[in-house]
Design a protein around this ligand. Structure first.
Ligand code: CP
Ligand code: NVA
Length: 308
């Protein structure tokens, strides 16, 4: 069966654990090599990844490109402004054409249904590089980062503060697969989709939903936030005002465990969802997290090609 990676549960918990192990091994093996130099086994030599961007990106775009180079392959980009997708060519036709030309497709888009449609019509693996619903590639990097910083996933207490968005949905999916607990602090009306909360709870994770930031962060091993305004959303004044008490500040961080780490998928809006003191402070691991996008994306690609 074709291995699409549209959400973490397409792979399952064992595969996600294997991806993290492989990412750690490959990262360790190449240490300070030049970033474009292929890994010694070049497992995807000759393979090409086609990347479709209907939204902006820095990390996803660069990390997948460098990931393919390090695996011995290459990547190319189609953005909606300059490809026929932007003039209305269907996802189905695009999927069938690209499947004849590249070995895998990564798509960043708005409506998750478009990624599903791409997968239905592609005869090569399709990877979700972020939709309005989820961001699974990010979370593989986040889990790798948490483990690298000495935490174990089962039983981990992860606090999420701010908007109940696409990244949180993938966190909840990861909680279900990797058996950790999520303490979610959002303003009223900005909670995550119920289906993701139920998925995590059904798998045995303890998911706390609160409108009290201090309650959410209490005793956390890891504190995570994200932008209050995701791509495609309005900068609604009332939303920003409602989010203000959920800004990750040093005062709030003092309610987490003393060795808690701070994560943010980036781009960050320092002064909004996080203070400069926390973002630049000793508990922040956001640039390790950003680097880990490369190592994590390599694992995702290798899983898609049945090499993990
Ligand atoms: N975190 C993340 O996906 O970053 P980009 O939007 O820059 O790809
Ligand atoms: N929630 C953010 C994540 C960006 C990587 C967005 O969708 O814009």
């Amino acid at each position: 069966m074709m291995r699409h990676f549209l959400d973490l549960s397409d792979a399952g918990g064992d595969a996600v654990a294997a991806m993290i192990n492989d990412a750690q091994d490959r990262k360790g093996a190449r240490a300070d090599w030049p970033k474009g130099q292929p890994d010694s086994d070049a497992p995807l030599a000759g393979h090409v990844l086609g990347m479709i961007f209907e939204k902006n990106s820095t990390r996803t775009r660069v990390s997948f490109d460098i990931a393919m180079r390090q695996l011995g392959g290459s990547a190319l980009i189609l953005d909606s402004g300059t490809s026929q997708l932007g003039r209305g060519e269907s996802i189905a036709d695009t999927a069938r054409v690209l499947s004849r030309m590249v070995d895998a497709i990564m798509i960043r888009t708005d409506d998750h249904e478009k990624a599903l449609e791409m997968a239905r019509h592609a005869s090569v693996p399709v990877i979700n590089g972020l939709t309005d619903r989820s961001h699974p590639c990010q979370i593989v990097a986040d889990l790798l980062t948490v483990i690298e910083h000495g935490k174990e996933l089962p039983g981990l207490e992860l606090a999420w503060l701010g908007d109940g968005n696409n990244v949180l949905h993938s966190v909840l999916e990861a909680a279900a697969l990797m058996k950790f607990n999520v303490r979610i602090g959002t303003p009223k009306g900005y909670e995550p989709e119920v289906e993701f909360v139920e998925m995590a709870r059904a798998a045995g994770s303890i998911v706390t939903l609160t409108n009290d930031a201090e309650e959410a962060i209490a005793g956390a091993d890891v504190v995570v936030t994200d932008t209050w305004v995701s791509m495609g959303q309005d900068h609604a004044r009332e939303k920003l005002a409602a989010m203000a008490p959920f800004q990750v500040s040093q005062r709030l961080m003092s309610g987490a465990k003393p060795d808690a780490k701070f994560l943010h998928c980036l781009p960050a809006h320092v002064g909004d969802e996080v203070t400069e003191e926390v973002f630049e402070g000793p508990q922040s691991v956001v640039f390790d997290e950003a680097e880990n996008r490369i190592h994590a994306q390599k694992s995702v690609l290798l899983w898609c090609f049945d090499k993990i």
